[in-house]
Design a binder for this molecule. Structure first.
Ligand SMILES: C[S@@+](CC[C@H](N)C(=O)[O-])C[C@H]1O[C@@H](n2cnc3c(N)ncnc32)[C@H](O)[C@@H]1O
Length: 235
């Protein structure tokens, strides 16, 4: 049985990070490479450290805003039944081609939740690209027992603050407008939905510009990379 670090190393270097089947480095296939590789590996290591690798075997999991599905595929490799979803048809085509172990389902998270209940929802890097963030977050909480939630937030502890931001790009808001709530606002909705949660407060997932161990200074602004990460469970 390989150790967790050996498993992660093998998975990334044989299966995702080390892929070199693209002749053109600007091809869409490369889009979730670059800074994503280390950032994804650190977040996956934190998730597996929190739950243990065995936790995922046999679990039903839904991943939203999956990009090319590399996160969901990791849990499928640990034995979970994973549905990977993203609003962008082009991303879903890559998921279908690259990850036969997962079920691919195109879904816009600014629309009603389309999935049956699952054991786990993987909600990484997508809440802040939505307009209807609270509808989506409530639906995600209602649709699972365990919610793994990670998002960019604003620098504020105002539970009412949500900054609206125009966005463009292959990994940005599908609807063109993103939202940066305060972390306090996110936690208020988790509590309202009957979730208990733990937040990552240290630097284990810090990667490039992405930071999780910053103190709120209440500037009421947002910057790329100011992020929060919670492990939530229905009480
Ligand atoms: C920053 S990337 C995060 C990718 C991956 N989840 C991760 O954390 O590494 C955001 C992803 O959310 C997707 N996305 C943006 N708006 C969406 C929406 N309304 N519904 C579903 N997915 C959306 C994008 O297409 C992109 O794949």
């Amino acid at each position: 049985m390989p150790s967790l670090s050996q498993f992660l190393h093998r998975f990334y270097h044989q299966y995702i990070g080390g892929r070199s089947n693209q002749k053109n480095s600007n091809a869409p296939e490369k889009s979730f490479m670059g800074h994503y590789v280390e950032w994804r590996a650190k977040r996956l290591a934190a998730i597996v450290e929190h739950y243990s690798p065995r936790f995922f075997a046999g679990k039903t999991m839904v991943e939203i805003g999956c990009g090319h599905g590399d996160i969901g595929a990791f849990f499928a490799a640990l034995g979970a039944q994973v549905t990977c979803s993203d609003a962008r048809a082009s991303h879903m085509r890559v998921v279908r081609r690259r990850h036969p172990l997962v079920t691919a389902q195109q879904a816009d998270m600014d629309k009603p939740w389309p999935f049956p209940p699952s054991d786990v929802v993987i909600h990484l890097g997508v809440l802040y690209h939505l307009t209807n963030i609270w509808e989506n977050l409530r639906a995600a909480c209602n649709g699972c027992r365990h919610l793994i939630l990670e998002t960019e937030v604003s620098d504020s502890d105002d539970p009412a603050l949500v900054l609206k931001i125009a966005e463009t790009g292959f990994d940005q808001a599908y609807g063109g407008t993103g939202s940066r709530p305060s972390g306090t606002a996110v936690e208020a909705v988790l509590k309202e939905c009957g979730m208990k949660f733990q937040r990552i407060t240290d630097d284990r997932c810090n990667s490039g510009m992405h930071r999780y161990d910053w103190p709120v200074k209440n500037t009421g602004t947002w910057q790329h990379g100011l992020r929060r990460f919670w492990f939530a469970e229905k009480i």
